[in-house]
Write a protein that binds this ligand. Structure first.
Ligand code: NAD
Length: 507
């Protein structure tokens, strides 16, 4: 069935009536402010390339304070009426959006693959998780309710109400261009706030498509806004006196910067940062399964996932047993353009990022790690200019090596040995980041002990990626998270509302 909002035969990747794949005329993108698509004041632009072909597909304006201020003014203007809209009516555009997203599902996935490079299946999963957040936010009239207690003293009652705070903003990374803004926006607006999204300048297209659908879903003018930009736009958001709070996802140095600068200007902040995720494989684990799952976890999305397995810690005899299995699994990966149906791993996001990941591989070899599988020479004959790297495995790593310390964010699996469970726990605990981790074991005792003792706050037991489920909170620990309340789950309503306590006595 053809979606009613879309002309029959309309090509996918069409945003504002323009096919993003058109080589003839890469488009300069516009902001969405006050219910309209408007030109940015920017004088500088970031180029958006299809990473599989290196084709230039769009130019993102690198807007600054003027663009941000325009969006804040539109959001402030919309706020009083939106706040007074009954919560059951505030979620009506989300109902419609849910329907539009289901109808547009495959096209949305296609735009994600086009601008990011991941496989269509991976893009589809990310669209599904975005929709999960819309589903969850539709229940906000229930979730936003306060509490009450009669007779806190004789004849005196007390109740709390949750109230929105005003204008919020989200600043998001390149690796999940459609999904990550949806961790925040549906919850914030359902709670009665108005919102600004600043997507990654490297992958702005799927968010623009999302805003086209949100426009169609009927959000009043100014309730949702999109401003393109890079550091200048981010700093303008952090400093703007009329923005009540900021949700950030990206690398740890930028998360730290966002947290401290936004907090200094009195805002609520949740800043989700980078990752170096360890997977502990115990000798009693199902080794073939652990190898299969941790290979998928490491090389899925070409390793550009904050939940990616980065270091496999083989405990005792598990180390030798899993080593060859990992190589075998990784050799089965088919690298290429994510739009092709048999491809299981796409390219890296940019040429520069590919160079950076290559640098880590060279560094690992120079530090003495053993190259078990070398993806450096991979070329896709169909797309010789694409930013591809094959899966790479570096073994015999030591905790102090750069490849075991820094986030590589590419298809590189680091293999390390721990003599026993305690040493594995100590290696994980010593790392400054703490986003996610997994343990493979058949022992409930080790699984519990691991959960109890390590800090990363997203933990898998015989699971490769402790995925972001809309209904639960999501965010790491230590240097991977700055703030108190995490993304989505119950924390979303906590973050986007204030609690007012009312004590009442009637004479
Ligand atoms: P990034 O930190 O480079 O960029 C994130 C956002 O910050 C972008 O919108 C960008 O425009 C802006 N930005 C970049 N540099 C800035 C600066 N100096 N000052 C102010 N703003 C700046 O991150 P990325 O490369 O887009 O994304 C990858 C990173 O995001 C990885 O570290 C990954 O682990 C992390 N990530 C974390 C999670 C999580 O849930 N913890 C989820 C996805 C990605």
């Amino acid at each position: 069935m053809t979606a009613p909002h879309k002309p029959a035969g309309a090509p996918s990747a069409v945003i504002n009536g323009h096919d993003a794949r058109s080589a003839a005329e890469p488009r300069t993108l516009t902001n969405y402010i006050g219910g309209k698509w408007v030109a940015s004041d920017a004088k500088r632009f970031a180029e958006v390339h299809n990473p599989a072909t290196a084709q230039l597909i769009a130019r993102t304006p690198l807007g600054g304070a003027a663009d941000v201020d325009r969006a804040v003014k539109a959001a402030m203007k919309a706020y009083p009426a939106w706040r007074q809209t009954p919560p059951v009516n505030r979620v009506k555009p989300l109902f419609k959006l849910k329907y539009l997203l289901e109808e547009d599902f495959d096209d949305l996935a296609r735009v994600v693959t086009l601008e990011h490079g991941k496989t269509l299946d991976e893009s589809r999963s990310s669209v599904r998780r975005a929709i999960d957040n819309v589903d969850l936010a539709i229940g906000t009239p229930d979730r936003m309710q306060g509490t009450a207690l009669e007779d806190i003293a004789s004849g005196i009652d007390c109740h709390t109400v949750r109230q929105p705070l005003g204008v919020f903003a989200a600043i998001t990374p390149f690796n999940f261009p459609l999904m990550v803004p949806m961790w925040f926006l549906p919850h914030a607006v359902a709670c009665g706030n108005t919102f600004i999204v600043k997507p990654s300048e490297r992958v702005p297209l799927s968010q623009m498509r999302m805003f086209e659908l949100m426009h169609e879903a009927g959000f009043p003018e100014g309730v949702i806004n999109l401003v393109h930009g890079g550091k200048e736009a981010v700093d303008a958001i952090l400093d703007h006196p009329e923005i009540a709070g900021v949700s950030f996802v990206g690398s740890s140095p930028v998360a730290r910067h966002v947290y401290s600068r936004a907090a200094a200007s009195g805002k609520r902040v949740q800043a989700l940062g980078g990752a170096k995720n360890f997977v502990v494989v115990m000798p009693d684990a199902d080794i073939p399964r652990a190898a299969q799952v941790s290979t998928e976890s490491c090389f899925g999305c070409a390793g550009e996932r904050c939940l990616a397995n980065s270091v496999v810690l083989g405990v005792g005899e598990a180390y030798d047993k899993i080593r060859d299995k990992l190589v075998e699994e990784a050799k089965g990966i088919k690298v290429g353009d994510g739009l092709e149906s048999d491809v299981t791993m796409g390219p890296l996001i940019t040429r520069q990022h590919r160079e950076k990941v290559l640098g880590y591989i060279e560094k690992g070899i120079a530090e003495g790690a053993k190259l078990l599988l070398d993806g450096r020479g991979f070329k896709d004959p169909k797309h010789p200019d694409g930013y591809f790297l094959g899966p790479t495995i570096l073994a015999d790593a030591k905790p102090e090596m750069v490849i075991a310390q820094e986030e590589i964010f590419g298809p590189v699996l680091v293999l390390m040995k721990a003599k026993d469970f305690d040493e594995a726990v100590s290696i994980v605990r010593r790392h400054e980041l703490g986003n996610a981790t997994s343990i493979f074991t058949s022992s409930g005792k080790y699984a519990r002990e691991y959960r109890y003792r390590v800090e990363p706050s997203m933990l898998g037991v015989n699971i490769g990626v402790a995925a972001p489920m809309a209904f639960f909170p999501f965010g790491g620990a230590k240097g991977s998270f700055f703030g108190d309340l995490k993304a989505h789950g119950r924390d979303a309503v906590e973050f986007y509302t204030d609690k007012k306590v009312v004590i009442t006595r009637w004479f």
